[in-house]
Each structure stands twice: as C-alpha cells, then as structure tokens.
Design a protein around this ligand. Structure first.
Ligand SMILES: Cc1cc2nc3c(=O)[nH]c(=O)nc-3n(C[C@H](O)[C@H](O)[C@H](O)COP(=O)(O)OP(=O)(O)OC[C@H]3O[C@@H](n4cnc5c(N)ncnc54)[C@H](O)[C@@H]3O)c2cc1C
Length: 506
C-alpha cells in the first residue's frame, strides 16, 4: 500500500488534466488533504494518488477518460462508511468521489419511482418523499451517512430488509460509467425490463465494474400501521429461540434485531434506556401493514416473547415512541466507544436455526483470545455482526482482532452460512473467498467483471507492456484472493484460514 510519505507534493500532469475538466477546487491532491481519503469504516488504509469530485455524470465520465489517458486505476467512493475496505484506494489509484452528486432528480409519485444521484445520503431520500406518503425501504444502520451509490455497490441491507429484501430488490435501473468512459443505463425507471439483467449483475459489484452515476429506485407507500415491540430476556438462548419461533409461526416481521449484554452495557450510559438489570439480550421486533393484520401479528409476537420468558416488553405505535425504542439499536455501534476506542465489525451469515450455537462459539472465540465482543445484528435473517472491541494502539491487538474475525467467519461457513450478509468482500474477506468458492467459481466472477469493459478499449490495451491491466481498471485488488493483505497497514501480511471449504487452503 502506498504511504502518504511517498506521495509527491508536486502537482502531477494528472492533477492538472483533472482540474481542466472539473475545476481546480474539485481536485484534491495535497498529501495532507488526501489523508481524509485513505480509509473507510474498516481497519485498512492506503492513500490515493489524487481525488476527483465531479459535479455531474458527464464530468464523472470525463474523469474516467482522463484517468485512462494517464493509465491510472480508479476507485469510486461514496461516504466511506464501508466496512470491508471497498473504498480504500490501492495501487496509487485515482479516487472518484460522488459526494457532490447528491440530488433527487425526479419523483414519480403515481408510479412510485424516484431517480436520484449516487451521492445522495440514504435517509435523505425517505425524508424527501415522506411528503407523498412514500419511503425508500433499504435502511442500513449507517443511513444517516452512507450514500445510495455506496448502497448499490455493496447491495446494502438494513434492519428493514428482512421482509422487503436488500438494495437489489428496490433498484430498477442504474446509469453507469464503464472503463472507457461510456455512460449507459442498465435497466431504467420502468418497473418491467427485458433482456439480460445487467442491473442485477452490477449491484453488489463493490465498485469493480464501473461508477454508478444515477439510480432509479422503487418507493413504497408508508404502511397504515407500524408497531414496534422491544423484549428483554435474561439469556441469549431465550432471545434466539424467540427469533426462530416468530419465523416458525409464519410471521415475517418488517424488522427483527438483537442486541446482547455487551451492547446493552455500551448503550446504557449513552441512551439511558433503563433495560432490566439482568437483561442478557434485547430483541426489537417491528410489524407493519394494514391495522388488523398488524394487531393480530403483534399479539402473536408478544405471546411468543412471553412464552420464551421475556422479562420486560415495551411497545409503541407513534413515530416518536418508536424512535425511542430504536435509539439504542441504531446508535449501538457509536455507543461501543464507551467500552473501547476501536471496533471491528464482522459480517457473517448463518441459518437462523444455528443462531444460538454460533453465538456461543463467537463468545468462545472472544474468551480464548481475550477480546470483548458485542453482538448487535439482523437476527431475523441470520446476519451476525459480532463487534470486536479493542484499542488499535495496543501492540498485537489488531493481529488478534483479525484472527478472531477469521475464526468467526469460518464458524459461519461451517454452519452453512456465507462470508458476508451486506458489507461486501473488499480487502477484508478476500483471503477467505476459497472457503466458499472454487477457482472455477471465481474465474466465472472475473469473467463477468471483464464483460463490463468495453471490448474496443480492452483491445487497445491488450499486450501493451507496463500498462495497468484494464480488467482491473476499477477498484483494483478487491474481492479476489491475493489482491491485498487485510491489516497490512498494521504490518500483518499473512492469513491462515484453518479449515478449507469448497476451495483450496489459503
Ligand atoms: C455504523 C455503521 C453501520 C452500518 N450498518 C450497515 C447496515 O445495516 N447494512 C449495510 O448493508 N451496511 C452497513 N454499514 C456499511 C456501509 O454503511 C454500507 O456498506 C454502505 O452501503 C456504504 O456506502 P458508502 O456511501 O459509505 O460507500 P463507500 O464506503 O464510500 O464505498 C463502498 C463501496 O462502494 C463503492 N462505491 C461507492 N460509491 C459508488 C458509486 N457511485 N459507483 C460505484 N461504486 C461505488 C466503493 O468503491 C466501495 O467499494 C454500516 C457501516 C457503519 C459504519
């Protein structure tokens, strides 16, 4: 990874060329300013060569053409809240930041469709369309900061994606810039489309296929009634059993989230929720829809909570009281700062029925390595988020934290789960890809990435010695094993995944 010390303070021709297309003030090139762009929400770090902040899709396309002329790699960036190192620029890349493209371009109330720019902050879309009785469903817990473009690139989920699906289920079309600077739409604002679903292939490609410059999204009508239930339990097992029982009863709540004791302890001094002193787990269950159905399902959820020994139930229908019940869950990650200065949020998936067992194993990993782990996660879809709390300034801590993360992901895979529920592979999980994918699987994925490149451009570059491989023009070194070493900024260069799954040992 490139350090800022290696950055030249002299203005490069690349900088001047970018300035000529987007204006001097929209190009960040001084080493001290570039520091802001060397990280995201993960622990990996690497400085960019230069950052371009285009103000329109055409300008973004022009920036790509300039980067091509200078044979530079490109990393798209939204708000930098990603948790797998996706926006961390490897190989002296040009970062193209989309923060200035933050407008709602169109709202078609009748057809419940909006067209927005990629730098729009997620929550601002729902805030904007609330006046029409509409909302945008995917709600990552980072929704006050993350962008719609970043959500598309990561196929982001959120507490309310249990019943309604993740970003891909709510995006109708995207305008993208490809590697040669071509701008085109994949899908569009219409609800029906024919031909290959290139939109679907692009969503979740983690910035490796191109840059998203516009997004057409599906909007939903705000439900007639929303009922939130918070249940405290004296054991994690009781809470996990409640999750299984709710789903087994045929209810698919709008949200089904869990927090454990460590998380409760972190939240108490910040949000003062006053949970029972003996609470080992708190569940938040939200049911929405037509009033009659909501009343019926809420009664059933309460019964299931009580049957499993809930020590306290709180309920709310109105906006403010519901927001109170959600405050701890939505702000939990920030509250972890009361326990330790750094956190490492693991993102793995397990079948819901394995929750209890896996949670115990996660606890054992923490105990064995002497690490505190808080759990705050989307329990309804088995998307675990063990949050390892540590101090990155303490010698050897990062090494232990990465080891714990590896072991937790291995446990998820052993139980038939997945490497990521929503945060992507990025730098963080590429060494673990062989746990679930064979070489052939990964070649097929790389083939798809190459298909998104303009063949004419690829031909231009083929065989030209010393040129950057065009197949990796966008976001090089991400997703596939060997691209980068997770934790390298802390001197960690080796990863030992102990058990191999379908792929080879790494
Ligand atoms: C406290 C906290 C809570 C979180 N909770 C959730 C959650 O509940 N659910 C969830 O899914 N995630 C969650 N995240 C992770 C993160 O917020 C999401 O991955 C989000 O989608 C990233 O958006 P961003 O704008 O910050 O993207 P960035 O971090 O800037 O980029 C993420 C990736 O997207 C690519 N990218 C960004 N913009 C574009 C674009 N316009 N075109 C092409 N590629 C692009 C980047 O290259 C990178 O690979 C959380 C993060 C934090 C810090």
């Amino acid at each position: 990874m490139t350090s800022t010390a290696e950055q030249t303070t002299a203005k490069q021709p690349l900088v001047t060329d970018l300035q000529s297309v987007i204006g001097e003030r929209n190009v960040v090139w001084r080493p001290e300013d570039l520091l802001l762009y060397e990280y995201d929400g993960s622990i990996d770090r690497s400085a960019p060569r230069v950052v371009a902040l285009p103000g329109s899709a055409d300008e973004a396309a022009e920036c790509v053409r300039v980067a091509n002329r200078h044979d530079a790699y490109i990393v798209p960036r939204g708000a930098g809240t990603g948790l797998s190192g996706g926006a961390v620029p490897l190989r002296d890349s040009v970062v193209i930041g989309l923060a200035r493209l933050s407008r709602v371009l169109e709202v078609d109330v009748e057809n419940r469709v909006a067209v927005v720019e990629p730098g729009l902050v997620n929550i601002e879309l729902s805030n904007h369309v609330e006046q029409f009785g509409l909302y945008y469903a995917p709600d990552p817990s980072s929704q006050k900061a993350c962008t719609i473009g970043g959500n598309v690139a990561e196929n982001a989920g959120g507490p309310h994606c249990l019943a309604l699906g993740t970003t891909t289920n709510h995006v109708l079309g995207i305008e993208v810039v490809l590697a040669d600077g071509t701008l085109l739409w994949l899908g569009g604002p219409s609800r029906e489309s024919s031909g290959y679903d290139l939109r679907g292939a692009f969503i979740g490609s983690e910035g490796t296929f191109g840059i998203v410059t516009k997004v057409a999204v599906r909007l939903l009508r705000i439900p007639e009634k929303i009922h939130t239930i918070l249940a405290a339990f004296t054991s994690l097992d009781q809470a996990s059993q409640t999750v299984s029982d709710i789903i087994a009863a045929g209810i698919v709540p709008a949200a089904l989230e869990m927090m454990d004791r460590v998380t409760i302890d972190a939240c108490e001094p910040v949000y003062h929720p006053g949970y029972p002193a003996d609470a080992e787990a708190v569940l938040i269950v939200e049911v929405d829809g037509l009033t009659e159905a909501v009343d019926e399902q809420s009664a059933l959820v309460e019964k299931i909570c009580n049957n499993n020994g809930a020590s306290e139930l709180r309920e709310a229908d109105d906006v403010e009281k519901r927001a109170d019940l959600w405050a701890t869950r939505k702000g939990a990650i920030g509250a972890f700062g009361t326990i330790a200065p750094s956190y490492y949020l693991v993102d793995g998936v397990v079948p819901r029925t394995k929750l209890r067992q896996v949670m115990r194993q996660v606890q054992t990993v923490g105990n064995e390595l002497g690490l505190t782990i808080g759990n705050v996660f989307h329990a309804g879809d088995g998307n675990l988020h063990p949050c390892i709390l540590f101090d990155e300034r303490s010698h050897g801590e990062v090494q232990k934290v990465i080891q714990a993360g590896e072991q937790i992901l291995e446990i998820c895979v052993e139980h038939g789960g997945a490497l990521s529920g929503e945060h992507g592979i990025g730098i963080e999980k590429q060494a673990y890809m062989p746990l679930v994918f064979t070489e052939d699987d990964m070649s097929a994925m790389k083939g798809l990435r190459e298909a998104f490149l303009n063949p004419e451009h690829a031909d231009d570059e083929a065989g030209v010695a010393g040129r950057t491989p065009v197949s990796e023009r966008f976001n090089p070194g991400k997703i596939f094993p060997g691209g980068a070493s997770h934790g390298e900024a802390y001197g960690i260069t080796e990863h030992s995944v102990r058990r191999s799954g379908r792929g080879d040992e790494v």
